[in-house]
Design a protein around this ligand. Structure first.
Ligand SMILES: *Cc1c(COP(=O)(O)O)cnc(C)c1O
Length: 373
């Protein structure tokens, strides 16, 4: 880069590196002969209609009908809901609203979703880390020792990539410790896959609780970028101070409203049921493979596993045009890979490749032994 441009760039931006999203690692344009099991997307798209008669107008900042539908879906009031450009924008709004750059910090519990730290870094906000326990539950006492030192606590349930659900008593213990001194953010991006575990009812009891939601996972709409922040009316009014004037393009609102209609929600539930059955089948098959250990739990639309051969397996699958996600750079997740549940055919294809790979490993292993002998 030229010197003057480098000089113009702020110090903390100079030090940033772009997020390695699944789509940046392997572009969507690289051909659709590939099997995409690396970004926790739905393997199938639903059909929607679009009306163009209002595209000459700026959209509502917060389309009232969309908020009303999401309120009905969650049992909350529209006044408690902000719709955003994906849950990722919700993360960003919270950091911008509550953290003073260069001074304040957020707390995260790795291994977890990468965007909390990325967003904090982008805004020059500090990141404190409290690792999950060995069983991937949250370390409540360590988290609570940061009272007074952090403005936001990011928790994720079901957690990506461990697939674990947070115990309600842990959550309430954290909420109690941080009452009146921080915002506790619960990311429920995968809640449709564990519907009974939603914590929306706690919003009435804890005014500093915020819940993040998205249409990207269970609703199979990652392409439209639509998310929701659920909170108290007071927190909503603060977030609306920092949100962009037109965060939700009109076509996005149109599609989101179809997805949140009675029919749309039924369709989502049927799709989630299918994927969950596929997830159960695939985890049972993976459990049979010597050389694979399932990790965490399977409360989302993905499976995390460990294998001593993870690097070679990843390489083998890429060569065969099947993409899963390498998680081995994350703390506590050495040699771990994550599979997003695909269609029945895609999962079967993946399983065949995995079995072939491990039978070859066994073959080459015994050959080595023979040579050694
Ligand atoms: C996918 C994901 C998100 C991002 O959702 P978008 O609405 O697509 O921005 C947020 N949190 C977690 C844990 C995720 O896995």
């Amino acid at each position: 880069m030229t010197d003057w441009l480098e000089q113009l760039t702020t110090q903390h931006v100079r030090d940033l590196t772009p997020y390695e999203s699944a789509r940046r690692l392997f572009g969507a344009s690289e051909g659709n002969q590939r099997v995409w099991l690396n970004a926790n997307e739905s393997p199938q798209a639903n059909e929607y209609t679009l009306q163009s008669s209002l595209l000459n107008r700026y959209p509502d900042c917060q389309p009232p009908k969309l908020l009303a539908q999401y309120a009905q879906y969650t049992g909350l009031m529209p006044e408690q809901i902000v719709t955003t450009r994906g849950a990722d924008e919700g993360i960003e709004l919270l950091i911008r609203a509550f953290c003073q750059p260069g001074r304040d910090s957020v707390l995260i519990c790795p291994p977890t979703y990468g965007m909390y730290a990325i967003s904090a870094n982008t805004f020059n906000v500090g990141v404190e880390k409290v690792l999950l326990n060995q069983d991937f539950s949250v370390n409540v006492s360590a988290i609570n020792s940061f009272v007074g030192k952090v403005k936001l606590i990011f928790l994720c349930s079901p957690n990506n990539p461990t697939g674990t659900i947070m115990a309600q008593e842990d959550l309430e213990c954290i909420l109690t410790a941080y009452s009146n001194n921080a915002i506790v953010v619960l990311d429920e991006a995968y809640i449709e896959f564990s519907a009974g575990c939603a914590k929306t009812a706690l919003l009435a009891k804890y005014p500093h609780l915020v819940i993040l939601r998205t249409l990207s996972k269970g609703f199979a709409l990652a392409g439209i970028r639509c998310g929701f922040v659920l909170s108290s009316v007071h927190i909503k009014s603060i977030l609306l101070k920092v949100i962009a004037p037109y965060p939700v393009p009109d076509p996005v609102a149109q599609i989101a409203m179809q997805a949140l209609s009675t029919v749309g929600i039924e369709l989502m539930r049927a799709n989630v049921k299918c994927l969950s059955a596929q997830r159960t089948l695939l985890s049972e098959q993976l459990r049979q493979v010597a050389g694979i250990t399932l990790m965490g739990d399977q409360c989302g639309n993905f499976i995390l596993f460990n294998s001593a051969h993870s690097k070679a397996l990843m390489h083998y699958l890429v060569e065969k045009n099947v993409l899963i996600r390498d998680q081995s750079k994350q703390v506590m997740l050495d040699n771990c890979l994550r599979i997003s549940i695909g269609t029945k055919q895609q999962n079967a294809q993946l399983m065949t490749l995995i079995e072939t790979f491990f039978s070859q490993q066994k073959g080459s292993h015994s050959t080595n032994q023979e040579v050694a002998r």
